[in-house]
Write a protein that binds this ligand. Structure first.
Ligand code: GRF
Length: 200
């Protein structure tokens, strides 16, 4: 059983998928704490319903990123977190978090990286005119959505798609692959070779 710390900023549907996978025994992990930088994030209510400790750390209250992230690190350590899962966490991760959790931090992104990193990935894909997009779970490094890729799932773009319809179909895949990636890590099945993630 590994302890997860989930960082959110919003509604928390990926958080919910992770909680459900843990509680149903599909993955040998437990959500030990949920941390949000936004006090009104819907994901906080989801966590509370499952009696998971929540912590709000509002980035705007701190003089700089390092001080802010140190507070997050303290909360993660206090709950003995071994793997940090970013799930709709809308801040770029800085040096302090990366140093404390090197290759122990993963993220979900709604595109097939390295295409369309950053914000509004679904809109970027539609605007570009690609026929297939999807989602990616990857390790977090110092770049924006650039870390080694763990799992991807492809989602075809339909003729009548708009940003919302596409986002919804991608989200359904996110909810499948995020728990799968956590399971692989929790079972010690991943090995990193350069930027390639191998399954043992
Ligand atoms: C998801 O699309 C995720 O890929 C992106 O932000 C969104 C978060 O949604 N990083 P939710 O808060 O998990 O519902």
């Amino acid at each position: 059983m590994i302890n997860l710390g989930v960082l959110i900023s919003g509604r928390g549907s990926n958080l919910q998928a992770i909680i459900d996978a843990c509680e149903s025994g599909k993955i040998p992990a437990k959500v030990a704490v949920v941390i949000s930088n936004v006090a009104t994030a819907g994901g906080l209510e989801r966590a509370k319903k499952h009696n998971i400790p929540v912590v709000v750390i509002d980035n705007r209250q701190y003089k700089d990123k390092n001080t802010y992230e140190l507070e997050i690190v303290k909360a993660l350590q206090a709950h003995k977190v071994e793997l940090v899962c970013l799930a709709g966490y809308m801040r770029i991760v800085g040096q302090v978090l990366l140093e404390h959790f090197p290759m122990k931090m993963i993220n979900i992104h709604p595109s097939l990286l390295p295409s369309f990193p950053g914000l509004h990935a679904q809109k970027q894909a539609l605007d570009h005119g690609v026929l297939i997009t999807g989602c990616t779970v990857h390790y977090v490094d110092s770049g924006c959505d650039t870390g080694p890729i763990i799992i991807q799932s492809a989602v075809p773009i339909m003729e009548k798609d708009d940003e919302n319809k596409l986002a919804e179909r991608i989200l359904a895949q996110e909810h499948l692959i995020y728990p799968q990636a956590i399971k692989l890590i929790a079972e010690g099945k991943l090995k990193l070779e350069g930027r390639k993630v191998r399954i043992k």
